[in-house]
Design a protein around this ligand. Structure first.
Ligand SMILES: [Zn+2]
Length: 117
């Protein structure tokens, strides 16, 4: 499935081979649009702009994989999903392991779908 416009895909391809991408976690560095106790919402700089008008990501404050989340972090995720995400987005999405570019830092994609395709 083609999720990014060709120009966005090209920009992402160029970014993935930069030294800064390989050296630092871009999710840890991202400024929050919204902060919770254990989670933050950040902008996706390389959005799936073929399908979404808004593409943010929900990530834990800590640099941890999904399997390393604590019970408190999981509980807050459920709260955020059922309140904040429900109000602001059309859908959430998580890549399976083989599709994850940054598996070391858990991230859930948040979308407002395009109103026109
Ligand atoms: Zn990170």
């Amino acid at each position: 499935m083609i999720l990014r416009k060709p120009e966005t895909e090209e920009k992402y391809g160029r970014h993935k081979i930069t030294e800064v991408f390989m050296r630092e976690c871009m999710l840890c560095r991202a400024l929050p649009l919204q902060s919770f106790r254990f989670w933050k919402i950040i902008k996706n700089d390389f959005p799936y702009d073929m399908i979404a008008d808004v593409h943010h990501m929900l990530i834990p404050m800590r640099h941890v994989a999904e399997s390393e989340l604590t019970d408190d972090e999981r509980a807050e995720f459920d709260e955020i999903k059922n309140s904040y995400l429900e109000m602001h987005y059309d859908g959430i999405y998580e890549n399976m392991s083989k599709g994850k570019t940054i598996p070391a830092h858990a991230h859930i994609h948040l979308w407002v779908f395009k109103t026109s395709l």
